[in-house]
Design a protein around this ligand. Structure first.
Ligand code: UD1
Ligand code: MG
Length: 463
């Protein structure tokens, strides 16, 4: 099984030769109009560069190098924790020149080099594997290019190949004749090349072309001139969509979400209105989960089998146990852990808190820094007062306890198992198991008072 870049396991068969990955990311990304480097803009809550790195990671590369330029500090900081190397391209002299910057980092590496673009983030591990496999397939091509057929070929480089994908050369749009521009097969930019060929071919690149750049694509023609054929394999246009603007970013986000929704449904979840559900890159959804419309998952969410997420809920850094029910209009923040069959109802916020098996927090409540025992019932409007402006404190509610509506549990405080807290209580001291805590002024009853009050006031008003 292979899946899209959503942190699912992607078992890939062992490669014939070691693989190294070069990711081009020296482009300025001017059209994003952003202080954040283009390749660090998130898709499904994760920088696009890290989506690519995760997919490429499934091929177990011996080495991964990101070629950086403007804004390199940001890129270096993002990939350093992953053990990914960077190589600086001081001046952007073209894609061929960019790949050549990885030479020193790949010194001594012998195997297959996969060239990716940092701003083309949705390429799957399966497609990358197909490129590598093709390098070892029929007539062992010098270069394998990933091609696609966009609805509008626009200014993409055109792949000049026969019907079997045997390729002569790639022509950049600017340099192409009218006949060449009529070709519908375009270059995604992604390539696989043996290390023993790659740097020798790059050494022979010139920049005598319409853009005055060292085109990576020219290595196909150079290999051809040596009598070595290259091959193109095709994929769908969505998979190789690039991001150059905020509009394209939203388009790629949409494509990723569409894939993830389809995956969730294929895995046995019901999405009533799939287009309105937003997943994060690492959301885990079980079988027979029902997700109602307009639910948003932030990073770190897990929903176990049979749970229901009702409409308009936001779930981030939280786990929802088997058969549990969330929302509508609930917010689960990081550290929320709902047990089996637990219920968190409308306008309830839960943060860093365990809601035990079968416990119910049904309405208008804030539970933060807390542990709610199994089967406990938290009445409407209950608030854990967990913060004094300086420090956070814990609230513990024992199993089977009952907290009356509109209670404030002033932490640190512990309510024993089976205890009852009367409605409207402000609880500042621990409550013993099975005890009643009643923290409110006694009710005063004055028979007839209201009527005499009205009579008096009316008389005054009439003068
Ligand atoms: C390139 C391809 C073209 C293909 C298109 C697909 C070449 C010569 N042309 O064109 O055939 O159809 O991509 O989108 O390869 N980059 C660097 N350093 C550079 C130049 C580019 O790192 O000096 C990076 C960019 O950040 C980007 C990628 O390489 O991630 C592609 O660069 P771009 O300028 O978009 O190439 P195109 O001219 O669009
Ligand atoms: Mg481009």
């Amino acid at each position: 099984m292979t899946t899209h870049s959503n942190d699912q396991p992607i078992p890939i068969h062992p490669n014939a030769a070691p693989v190294a990955v070069v990711i081009l990311a020296a482009g300025k990304g001017t059209r994003m109009k952003s202080d954040l480097h283009k390749v660090l803009h998130p898709i499904a809550g994760r920088p696009m560069l890290l989506h690519l790195a995760a997919s490429a990671g499934a091929l177990h590369p011996a080495k991964t190098v990101v070629v950086t330029g403007a804004g390199r500090e940001q890129v270096e900081a993002a990939v350093a924790p992953l053990g990914i190397a960077t190589a600086l391209q001081v001046e952007q002299l073209g894609t061929g020149h960019a790949v050549a910057q990885a030479r020193a980092t790949l010194a001594g590496f012998e195997g297959d080099v996969l060239i990716l673009y940092g701003d083309v983030p949705l390429v799957t591990a399966a497609t990358m594997q197909r490129m590598i496999d093709r390098l070892h397939g029929d007539y062992t091509p010098a270069v394998v290019v990933l091609g696609f057929r966009p609805a509008d070929p626009g200014a993409y480089g055109r792949v000049i190949a026969d019907a079997e994908g045997r390729m002569d050369r790639i022509v950049e749009y600017k340099d192409a004749s009218a006949a060449e521009r009529a070709a519908t097969l375009c270059n995604s930019g992604l390539m696989a090349v043996r290390s023993s060929d790659l740097f020798a071919l790059l050494d022979r690149l010139g920049n005598d072309n319409a853009a005055g750049e060292y085109y990576l694509t020219d290595i196909v023609g150079l290999a051809g001139a040596d009598g070595r054929a290259s091959a193109v394999i095709e994929t769908g246009a969505d998979e190789v969509a690039g991001v150059n603007s905020r509009g394209e970013l939203a388009g790629v986000e949409g494509a990723w979400q569409a894939m993830r929704r389809a995956q969730a449904m294929a895995d046995g979840a019901t999405l009533i209105a799939p287009d309105t559900v937003w997943f994060a890159h690492d959301t885990v959804i079980g079988r027979d989960v029902v997700i109602e419309p307009n639910v948003v998952f932030g990073p770190g969410a897990r929903v176990d089998d049979g749970a229901t997420i009702h409409a308009f809920s936001h779930v981030e850094g939280a786990t929802v146990g088997k058969g549990a029910s969330v929302g509508p209009f609930a917010r689960l923040r990081p550290g929320a852990e709902l047990g089996t069959d637990a219920k968190v109802g409308n306008f309830v916020e839960v943060k860093k808190a365990i809601i035990g098996d079968g416990a119910k927090v049904s309405h208008l409540t804030y539970i933060g820094d807390a542990e709610i025992g199994a089967g406990a019932n938290i009445g409407a409007g209950t608030i854990t007062c967990n913060y004094d402006g300086y420090f956070k404190y814990r609230t513990v509610v024992g199993a089977g306890a009952f907290i009356g509506s509109n209670s404030a549990l002033v932490a640190p405080v512990t309510i024993g198992a089976g205890a009852i807290v009367a409605a409207g209580s402000v609880v500042t001291c621990d409550v013993e198991a099975d005890a009643l805590a009643l923290v409110r002024p006694p009710q005063v009853a004055k028979p007839g008072w209201a009527k005499s009050f009205r009579d008096l006031m009316l008389a005054k008003k009439r003068g």
